[in-house]
Write a protein that binds this ligand. Structure first.
Ligand code: URP
Ligand code: ZN
Ligand code: ZN
Length: 465
């Protein structure tokens, strides 16, 4: 099957040009001037893209689908989560397998394959969250890398649940260095946070806003500094996930200025929402539970710093940390205590829409938009050039983006399986008109038209930057 996407403006991380994109089966076979069309022969299907942008399908490097967490399970599974992702122009997700304390890395990987296989409608890959690394498990890291899971997430937060001590983190970094794997870090210093939380609860401070007020920026700044210092000692690269705040960003900038291979992602919620959302609505302070995620939303002045970080390449990636919980039956587990609100927010569907607002407001260029949503995660997580760009030989994961299409980000217009919207009053301008995954149209004019469950597991290579 041959498909031609004609007359669109093809935008990659480096170039913007009017060009035809030719697809043979699952793969892009030519990107050529429309003047050469007659020479390139016949096609089975023509998609007109005049006046539209043709961009690589988004890669969301941070999702939690079907994840047991906070006494419940995240509300989207690999079916609903990847369908929602595709509606928003994301055609690859990198999700997290989680090692149970006392369990093995291999068991975790098997369990996540079971969750995803035959359910995912976009392609997917895994990171491995290691929570327990005695010598036997440390040696299993090699088996996990051999299975194409070449990045590990470690936690400095959530004591007793996910936190790893510094010696284990350091050993894991050394091993990752030997294996060519990448360590990614939840870099909040969690032990003091738990003391601050305990003290707040003892003072009767139980509302969602105290989630933000008990996880100070300093905890993230020191965690980020410590993660980078450990990586420097181990002589390995490090990737800071979900960076939310100015001082943490400054730690990354200092490291990069010294030439260290420190990378960081932020998320749309840290660019578009602020801690006041956790105060709830008048007469309903628990409404703020919708916005309980970790690290917490920060005061508004952080936004400018994060946008600058994106513009200046101090932040490389925008992922979502999509970890949705319904208000009813999930978030409300924390009605009596903010510390029991399951941590996480929906976002996998709205990342591109929101970041396009950054293009419209001239905070970032279109090329940078493509880079932070697709190309950079593909490069950092070793999916490039199969994923993350529009080039001959790349998978035909392509979005025809209509810069004039508007969408209100209300729950009824979205597909994430969660009973609220994080940005219900925001209308964005710029949205996918067509979303293709390996040459198959999944979404057209906001409607699902594709095959369900056609997503494939992506075995990733070792870290290559
Ligand atoms: O609130 C969040 N971020 N939930 C998911 C777990 C994590 O730390 O990424
Ligand atoms: Zn985290
Ligand atoms: Zn996360």
């Amino acid at each position: 099957m041959r498909t031609l996407i004609q007359n669109g403006t093809v935008v990659t991380a480096s170039d913007t040009q009017v060009a035809d994109v030719w697809i043979e089966g699952e793969t892009i076979c030519a990107v050529a001037s429309p003047a050469l069309r007659a020479q390139l022969g016949q096609t089975d299907r023509v998609i007109e893209a005049r006046g539209k942008y043709v961009i690589p399908g988004g890669i969301d490097a941070h999702t939690h689908l079907d994840m047991p967490f906070g006494g419940t399970v995240s509300a989207d599974d690999f079916d609903t989560g990847t369908v929602a992702a595709a509606h928003g122009g994301t055609t690859t997700v990198i999700d997290f397998a989680i090692q149970q304390k006392g369990g093995s890395l291999k068991q975790a990987l098997d369990a996540w394959h079971q969750r995803a296989e035959g359910k995912a409608s976009t392609d997917y890959a895994f990171h491995m969250i290691a929570t327990d690394l005695p010598p036997g498990q440390l040696s299993q890291m090699a088996d996990i890398v051999a299975e194409g899971v070449t990045s590990f997430k470690l936690f400095m937060a959530y004591p007793g649940v996910l936190l790893l001590d510094d010696q284990s983190i350091f050993r894991a970094m050394l091993r990752a260095g030997e294996l060519g794997a990448l360590i990614t870090m939840h870099a909040e210093t969690g032990l003091p946070i738990d003391v601050i939380v305990e003290r707040a609860l003892a003072e009767g401070k139980t509302a969602p806003i105290y989630h933000a007020l008990t996880r100070p920026e300093a905890a993230e700044a020191t965690g980020t500094e410590r993660a980078i210092a450990l990586a420097e000692m181990a002589q390995v690269p490090v990737y800071i996930v979900h960076l939310s705040a100015r001082r943490a960003l400054e730690r990354v900038m200092e490291a990069r200025d010294r030439g260290l291979p420190a990378y960081a992602e932020t998320c749309p919620q840290y660019l578009f929402l602020d801690e006041d959302a956790l105060r709830g609505k008048p007469g309903d302070e628990f409404d703020g539970a919708k916005y309980v995620c970790t690290p917490p939303l920060r005061p508004k002045h952080h936004h400018e710093h994060l946008w600058r970080g994106l513009r200046n390449h101090d932040l490389q990636v925008v992922a979502t940390d999509h970890c949705p919980f319904c208000m009813k039956g999930q978030k409300d587990l924390g009605r009596e205590s903010f510390a029991k609100v399951p941590n996480g927010m929906p976002g996998v569907e709205t990342r591109l829409h929101l970041l396009w607002e950054g293009v419209r407001e001239k905070r970032i260029s279109m090329n940078r938009f493509v880079e932070i949503t697709a190309t950079a995660p593909a490069k950092i997580f070793s999916l490039y050039p199969k994923k993350g760009t529009i080039a001959v030989g790349s998978d035909a994961d392509v979005v025809v983006w209509d810069p004039h299409r508007s969408l209100r980000l209300s729950a009824e217009n979205l597909h994430m399986r969660v009973d609220y919207a994080a940005y219900p009053d925001r209308t964005v301008v710029g949205a996918p008109e067509l979303v293709l995954s390996r040459g198959q149209v999944l979404v057209e004019d906001g409607k699902w038209v594709g095959k369900k469950a056609g997503g494939r597991f992506l075995r990733r290579g070792t870290f290559a930057l």
